[in-house]
Design a protein around this ligand. Structure first.
Ligand SMILES: Nc1nc2c(c(=O)[nH]1)N[C@@H](CN(C=O)c1ccc(C(=O)N[C@@H](CCC(=O)O)C(=O)O)cc1)CN2
Ligand SMILES: NCC(=O)N[C@@H]1O[C@H](COP(=O)([O-])[O-])[C@@H](O)[C@H]1O
Length: 205
C-alpha cells in the first residue's frame, strides 16, 4: 500500500519543508512542492530531494488582467486549485505560503476532498495573518502577553481561524532579542509541522 502523499506550498526559505523532507518515510511522502516565488530557496531544497516543483506566481495573472486588477487573484487561486487537483495529493501543507487563499481555491479543493493545513507562528486567535512573530514580540515588550507559540490548523477561508490540530506554547523571555525569539519559534515549528502533518493524515483516513 502506498504512503499518503502531501503537496507543500511555500514562499521562502523552506526550513519547514526541509523538516518534512527529513522526516519522510514511514508516514507520508512529499510528491510536489509549489512556490509562489521563483527565487524561494525551498525550491532548491525540493530539487535536492528529487521532489518535483512548480512556480505559481501572481505576476502573469496581473498582466493577464490589466483591465481589471481585481480579477487577478481569483484567477490565480482558481488555477492553483486546478494544478493541485491534477496532482491529487492526500493533503496540502502550507509551510510559509504567504498568500491568503480565497474560496476560488478552497472550494474546489474541498469538493475534491483535498484538505489543507497551515503552520502559523502564533497561538490561536492571537496574531492572525502575516508578521505574527514580530507582532508577538512587540506585544511582549508592551507587557500585553507573556507567551506565544505556533500551531498547525486546518485551513478555512477565515485566515488562521481553522480548527487547530496542534498547539505548542513558547514562554517569552525578558531581554531576549527578536532574532533569538524567532530562532526558538522556528525550532519548535520544525517539530510541529511534522507532528501536525501526521495528525492531519491520521484524521483524514
Ligand atoms: N484562506 C486562508 N488562506 C491562508 C491561511 C488561512 O488560514 N486561510 N493561512 C495563511 C498563512 N498565513 C498565516 O499563517 C498568512 C500568510 C499571508 C497573509 C497575507 O496577508 N498575505 C498577503 C500578501 C503578503 C505578501 O505577499 O507578502 C495577501 O495574501 O495579500 C496572511 C496570512 C495562508 N493562507
Ligand atoms: N502566516 C504564515 C507565516 O507567517 N508562516 C511562517 O513563515 C515561515 C516560513 O519559514 P520557512 O520558509 O523557513 O519554512 C515560518 O516561520 C512560518 O511560521
Amino acid at each position: 500500500m502506498s504512503l499518503p502523499s502531501i503537496l507543500v506550498l511555500i514562499s521562502g526559505s523552506g526550513s519547514n519543508l526541509q523538516a518534512l523532507i527529513d522526516n519522510q518515510g514511514s508516514d507520508y511522502k512529499i510528491t510536489h512542492v509549489i512556490s509562489n516565488k521563483k527565487a524561494a530557496y525551498g525550491l532548491e531544497r525540493a530539487a535536492k530531494a528529487s521532489i518535483s516543483t512548480t512556480v505559481h506566481n501572481i505576476v502573469p495573472y496581473k498582466k493577464k488582467h490589466l483591465e481589471d486588477a481585481t480579477a487577478a487573484r481569483p484567477d490565480f487561486d482558481r488555477e492553483l486549485a486546478e494544478k493541485i487537483k491534477k496532482l491529487n495529493p492526500d493533503l496540502v501543507v502550507c509551510a510559509g505560503w504567504m498568500h491568503i487563499l480565497s474560496s476560488e481555491c478552497l472550494r474546489p479543493l474541498r469538493e475534491a476532498g483535498i484538505p489543507l493545513i497551515n503552520l502559523h507562528p502564533a497561538l490561536p486567535g492571537a496574531f492572525d495573518g502575516a508578521h505574527a512573530i514580530d507582532r508577538a514580540y512587540d506585544a511582549f515588550q508592551k507587557g500585553e502577553i507573556t507567551k506565544t507559540g505556533c500551531m498547525i490548523h486546518w485551513v478555512i477561508e477565515e485566515v488562521d481561524r481553522g480548527e487547530p490540530l496542534l498547539i505548542k506554547e513558547i514562554e517569552m523571555k525578558e531581554g531576549e532579542s527578536l532574532e533569538d525569539l524567532e530562532n526558538r519559534i522556528h525550532s519548535v515549528e520544525h517539530v510541529a509541522i511534522v507532528e501536525g502533518t501526521k495528525l492531519a493524515l491520521a484524521k483524514k483516513t
